[in-house]
Ligand binder design. Structure first.
Ligand code: OGA
Ligand code: NI
Length: 336
């Protein structure tokens, strides 16, 4: 058993705080107020809701329904699509282990990674996060691939819209993140998630998903209506205070990743979050957005001064991502 050194959860059950997050309306013509709401959220918690994002509600329901169909397949079928070295495909329960210090096992969730589709004969398929996706057989899950590909494209457009507000909030040109070295040719990964119906027990180190911050620029999270996601605004507080982020119908929960924290010199927050199981199954869909493989993530000109020099050394996107995946996922050899 792992050496447990977690803090005892000080909050009695049922008394946990509920977080009140700002809500950004992507259809609002008042860009200035959207930027100001978003900036406040990025400085405070790095989490906000996005509504009127343009993805049709019925289509969203269809993506959840297809996700459930996949996870309901027999284990043998799912294991045929086990994640490959490009991080595409199925991740069984415990494959991801986000917080080894506080968790006795990996996360009580299974997942499915879908990246940007790049065919084998395209030279870009040499890049570590580009390549063909793994797809369930169309005889078993007809229209599954089409649904996921459409969602992937639509979510990327939402991410680009959010990134323009972020650029303005950082006093950059609105299209700063649209450039080819950024989201012009991004790493962007759709991840279907299914949490087991197990009840988490922080004191015993059992979590749906262990405490972590996301790796990239932003994550768009869609969830079903079961509560479970928690954030901790101050990772150094003792004891840590965890607040629930309730699902909001039709909205994305958006959170900032570690690359944005680095770009912004720590001004914008990549907040620690985790998922507690409540004894019922839970489905969510994460969409992780990172820039181009070769992008050098370093302190933005608008976020540094003589008095406030860069706090983080520059990193290359693909190297950073490879390391973060390695640190959080099981060794593929362990499945042999
Ligand atoms: C993640 C994550 C939260 C959720 O996958 O990085 O934080 O509600 N997911 O599934
Ligand atoms: Ni996360």
């Amino acid at each position: 058993m792992a050496n447990l050194s977690y803090e005892k959860d000080q909050q009695a059950p049922g008394t946990a705080n509920i977080s009140v997050l700002n809500c950004i309306d992507l259809s609002s013509p008042d860009i200035q107020s959207s930027v100001s709401l978003l900036k406040q959220a990025c400085l405070d918690s790095g989490f906000f809701y996005v509504i009127n994002h343009g993805i049709d509600k019925k289509f969203m329901d269809e993506v959840f329904s297809q996700s459930k169909k996949f996870f309901s397949l027999p284990m043998e079928e799912k294991m045929k699509l086990l994640r490959n070295e490009k991080n595409r495909g199925y991740t069984p329960v415990f494959d991801e282990h986000l917080d080894p210090v506080n968790q006795i096992h990996g996360d009580y969730k299974e997942g499915y990674y879908i990246g940007i589709e790049v065919s084998e004969d395209d030279s870009d398929s040499q890049k570590p996060f580009y390549g063909p996706n793994m797809w369930p057989c169309a005889d078993i899950l007809p229209t599954w691939r089409e649904t996921m590909e459409k969602y992937h494209q639509e979510a990327l457009e939402v991410a680009r819209k959010v990134s323009r507000l972020i650029a303005l909030a950082l006093e950059l040109n609105f299209d700063y993140f649209d450039h080819p070295e950024m989201l012009g040719k991004p790493i962007a990964t759709l991840r279907l998630l299914h949490y087991e119906d197990r009840t988490s027990d922080p004191d015993k180190g059992i979590f749906g998903a262990g405490a972590h911050s996301d790796f990239g620029l932003i994550t768009l999270l869609a969830t079903d209506d079961s509560i479970g996601l928690q954030i901790c605004k101050d990772r150094d507080a003792k004891p840590q205070i965890w607040e629930y982020v309730p699902p909001l119908k039709g909205a994305f929960i958006v959170n900032l990743g570690d690359m944005l924290e680095r770009w912004s010199n720590g001004i914008f927050r990549s907040t620690l979050h985790r998922v507690l199981g409540k004894g019922q199954e839970r489905y969510s869909i994460a969409y992780f957005v990172e820039p181009n493989h070769d992008c050098i993530v370093e302190c933005l000109p608008t976020c540094q001064s003589e008095k406030n020099p860069p706090k983080f050394p520059p990193i290359k996107c693909q190297d950073y991502m490879l390391q973060r995946y390695k640190d959080t996922h099981a060794d593929l050899n362990s499945y042999k």
